[in-house]
Design a protein around this ligand. Structure first.
Ligand SMILES: [Zn+2]
Ligand SMILES: [Zn+2]
Length: 444
């Protein structure tokens, strides 16, 4: 509480003079103002970050984390609703007539042991799927939370510069790609205002102070693949009396890659990976069946449909070739690709380029998936962007081979440098939100 009030005061002191809503943003002045207020805010944000980092929680168990954020947001003046989508939060700040702009953070960490050796490293454990496991913020969602709180404070400090509603949401269970949907199902866009624009950021192993963005597709569609080949078991020395499902599984694993190389347009992104094969028990027994589990990643719906068709045809053909019954094939729909809105990105990029110059660049889409896409598909035009976390010199050395590779997200060694990373998160997100308010004001 004490923390938020002192921050707020510092932000207000540093705010720039008001400008008419339709005027161009004075980005240089604004950036200076945000950075000055960040300096005075940082000790408290640093404490919040390190506390959350040291005490991470797994998806849908983020109760203490959510309570910490709820307290922060209430102290800033937001109206907070807890337990939206199990452990999610919705924090609303109304500031006159105008659009509703959403900013999302995630709450969850990963079931793995941290090995960074940092003084604020996590040693906490939780029960996950019935087993006790270490927990680690190795995807950097703790950086997102600190940036989210910092952005909320900064925007409230600058409230004479914008009109409308801030809708800050903290979603559970991003890693399980379930939290965004849980919040929507629990009335995120019916019990609360439907946002006109949404923003989210994610950190990664680039240089701190840098921003990467994309217009259009920003992450992949992720679908699950399950196939069970039915054979006829028997003695390993009498194969003529059997139908060998291991042979079918092996043939499928190889042949299905021809869907990628021969059926998919080579200029389009598509991946099929078989991550697990389960069959058999001993070397001299031909088993009855073989099960394969995999993942299918694409950017575009038409590529996705074509790959589904190719995968199913290949699996059936493999069974027919072996004289076996048709296999069970199940493709489970997963997370959809993030598609960034060109108008939202266009407005934000104009402002972010003025603020970050050559430190911001358009990059190709990432192949991992993100359930922020649920909010976009529910009708919130959005921008999802990335920020770096490591010392630029270490990043350059890793890239040119003169230094060791730097641990990425989900590595037990992932260790963002907190201050410059959170500073970039707060500055970029504040400017992005202001660009959206300004763009909407211009359009009125
Ligand atoms: Zn992750
Ligand atoms: Zn993540």
């Amino acid at each position: 509480m004490r923390f938020a009030k002192s921050l707020l005061a510092s932000v207000v002191l540093c705010s720039v003079p008001a400008w008419p809503a339709h005027a161009e943003l004075d980005v240089t002045k604004l950036k200076q103002s945000i950075e000055t207020s960040f300096e005075s805010e940082y000790p408290q944000l640093d404490a919040l970050y390190k506390d959350i980092h040291a005490h991470p929680e797994i998806g849908f168990q983020e109760e203490k984390t959510a309570a910490k954020l709820a307290a922060e947001m209430r102290a800033i003046g937001f109206e907070v609703t807890e337990k939206v989508g199990k452990t999610g939060l919705v924090a609303i700040y109304k500031n006159g007539d105008g659009p509703t702009i959403m900013v999302r953070t995630e709450l969850d960490a990963l079931p793995m042991e941290e090995k960074t050796g940092l003084p604020y490293a996590s040693h906490d454990q939780q029960i996950w799927h019935g087993r006790e496991t270490f927990v680690d913020h190795s995807c950097g969602h703790d950086i997102h939370m600190a940036s989210w709180v910092g952005t909320a404070k900064t925007l409230v400090g600058l409230k004479d510069q914008w009109h409308g509603t801030l809708m800050f949401i903290a979603q559970p269970a991003e890693e399980e790609a379930a939290g965004a949907k849980a919040m929507i199902v629990d009335g995120l866009f019916t019990r609360f205002p439907k946002p006109d624009v949404g923003f989210a950021l994610h950190d990664g192993p680039g240089a701190y102070g840098t921003i990467a963005y994309r217009v259009g597709v920003g992450s992949s569609n992720s679908d699950g693949l399950y196939i069970k080949f039915h054979g006829r078991g028997g003695h390993g020395a009498i194969p003529q009396a059997t139908i060998d499902p291991v042979m079918m599984a092996a043939r499928f694993v190889v042949d299905v890659q021809s869907v990628i190389s021969r059926e998919k347009d080579p200029t389009e992104f598509g991946v099929i990976s078989i991550g697990a094969i389960h069959s058999g028990s001993a070397g001299n027994i031909i088993p009855d069946d073989a099960t394969l589990v995999g993942t299918i990643r694409t950017f575009k719906p038409e590529v996705r449909a074509r790959m589904f068709a190719g995968i199913e045809r290949t699996a059936r053909a493999v069974a027919v070739m072996a004289g076996a019954p048709l296999p069970d094939i199940r493709i489970t729909e997963g997370t959809k690709a993030i598609v960034n809105d060109p108008i939202v990105v266009g407005a934000a990029i104009k402002v972010l380029k003025a603020a970050f110059a050559d430190k911001i660049a358009a990059t190709p889409p990432g192949t991992p998936s993100e359930d922020y896409s649920e909010f976009i598909n529910a009708g919130v035009p959005s921008m999802f962007f990335n920020i770096g976390v490591y010392d630029p010199e270490r990043v350059a050395a890793a890239r040119n081979g003169s230094g060791p590779p730097l641990p990425g997200n989900h590595s037990p060694l992932f260790a963002p440098v907190p201050k410059p990373t959170i500073q970039t998160g707060v500055t970029a997100m504040t400017l992005a939100v202001l660009s959206a308010f300004d763009e909407r004001a211009k359009g009125q």
